[in-house]
Design a protein around this ligand. Sequence first.
Ligand SMILES: Nc1ncnc2c1ncn2[C@@H]1O[C@H](COP(=O)(O)OP(=O)(O)OP(=O)(O)O)[C@@H](O)[C@H]1O
Ligand SMILES: [Mg+2]
Length: 254
Amino acid sequence: MAALEIENLSFAYRNHPPLFRGLSLRADETVGLIGANGAGKSTLLKLLVGLEEGYGGSVRVQGREARGKGLEEIRKRTGYVFQDSESQLFLRTVREDVAFGPRNQGRPDWERVTAESLERTGLGGLGNRNVYQLSGGEKKLAAIAGVLAMGAEMMLLDEPSAALDPANRERLIAILNALPGVKLIASHDLDFIYDTCKRVILLSHGEIAGDGPAEEILRNRALLEANELRLPLSFRFGAESRGNCRGGTEHGNA
Ligand SMILES: Nc1ncnc2c1ncn2[C@@H]1O[C@H](COP(=O)(O)OP(=O)(O)OP(=O)(O)O)[C@@H](O)[C@H]1O
Ligand SMILES: [Mg+2]
């Protein structure tokens, strides 16, 4: 059993033409999900945790079908960072919000886990802050801290690096690379994808237009450009001299 198994998925938003028309994929590793605006990345992630419902075919997360009873289990075990962090944070303070997951799971060590997640994301000093008084990047970090605190087996991250400054972006790369478990990372930040994912799936109008090692897909200029994307900086202008950038620590261009 792979962590994620999608077979013959079909889905349409109400009163809209079909978005997915028989999509199949299996993943048991961290995967980068790329594709033009509107390609279907966010919808795919939402279907996995039941934020959109009414699909045809089969969607299984860790062996559980993403409908009915299966969804309850999937939600307990899956961390999800929304593309729009406004709709993610809903409790009064940052600390309460980050604590929600581990408290809900009944973890006796929820206070420690919450404090650790705040520290790891650099939000240690903002625990008492009202979530509505955070900057865009801080909201994203708070949402990520909440997902880390869940200790989820699977993580779905929708544009996790958007709104982060370069230092926080680097911090997030290190956090994700140190985490066990399967991650699905949707992003237009192809350098971020390169630094965090070994496999990349390219979506185009709800279909898989490319699937392979990050090194191959992200270097394929023709494929990327045919899909409104561009070569990541890592592969432009002789940036090969940057050497092995995995882990995101070497950004020199010696
Ligand atoms: N609630 C909705 N109702 C109707 N159509 C929707 C809805 N949400 C998204 N869509 C449409 O479904 C398609 C896929 O959207 P989705 O958000 O999955 O794309 P995406 O790949 O995440 O794009 P982006 O890179 O802009 O985040 C788009 O054409 C979008 O307009
Ligand atoms: Mg999206």
